[in-house]
Design a protein around this ligand. Structure first.
Ligand SMILES: C[S@@+](CC[C@H](N)C(=O)[O-])C[C@H]1O[C@@H](n2cnc3c(N)ncnc32)[C@H](O)[C@@H]1O
Length: 183
């Protein structure tokens, strides 16, 4: 089964967890990974799905050994393992990141459906991200809606600055990339 069919099948079974019907387009994946490179250091991808963004992260020169994927769905994890040898794949919630010793990340690339999560869960995920992020690291996240992808109160409470990135029309639906850094 190809990745699109696999993604759609899982999206029908777990709509609230996946929050999309098709994987991200190549254009969106490139916009998400475009600021990364061989010197970024360790990178974590949250909600890797069937790996469209993973592929672009590696294409930017991030070494497989520097990349850790967090993905809740075991079917997706199986597909990711087959496609990306040498990449660490964690079939567990992204919020476990710091607890399992992931640290000093130069970037966190997330396609988690943050805005459809309760603020408490957003807080928990972002707190884990900040515990694992290097001081100058960035969190990159896309959203389909007109507003930034983090609840403003969560952003304020955690002392984050938001940067508006490119809009990608060639995606289903169109999306915009944002990044967050410590203020
Ligand atoms: C919108 S899909 C994005 C998939 C892929 N990155 C892409 O862009 O095509 C969101 C993914 O996040 C995963 N997910 C949702 N909540 C999660 C969590 N707390 N920790 C890890 N993965 C999660 C879902 O299983 C799903 O694969």
């Amino acid at each position: 089964m190809n990745n699109i069919a696999l993604f759609l099948g899982q999206a029908i079974r777990r709509p609230s967890q996946i929050s999309a019907v098709v994987p991200s387009s190549r254009r969106l994946a490139r916009a998400m990974a475009g600021s990364l490179g061989p010197d970024t250091g360790p990178v974590a991808e949250l909600g890797a799905g069937t790996g469209n963004i993973t592929r672009e992260i590696l294409a930017q020169g991030v070494a497989p050994a520097d990349l850790t994927l967090f993905e809740l769905n075991p079917v997706f994890c199986h597909r990711l393992a087959a496609q990306f040898p040498g990449v660490r794949i964690e079939n567990r919630p992204a919020q476990d990141m710091a607890a399992i010793g992931v640290e000093n990340l130069g970037a966190i690339v997330s396609s988690l459906p943050l805005l459809s999560m309760p603020a408490g869960l957003q807080h928990a995920i972002l707190r884990a991200c900040l515990a694992a992020l290097a001081p100058q690291g960035q969190i990159i996240q896309f959203t389909y809606g007109p507003r930034p992808p983090l609840d403003p109160q969560v952003q304020h409470d955690l002392g984050l600055a938001v940067h508006r990135g490119p809009q990608v029309l060639l995606n289903m639906p169109p999306a915009r990339v944002y990044s967050y850094t410590r203020r």
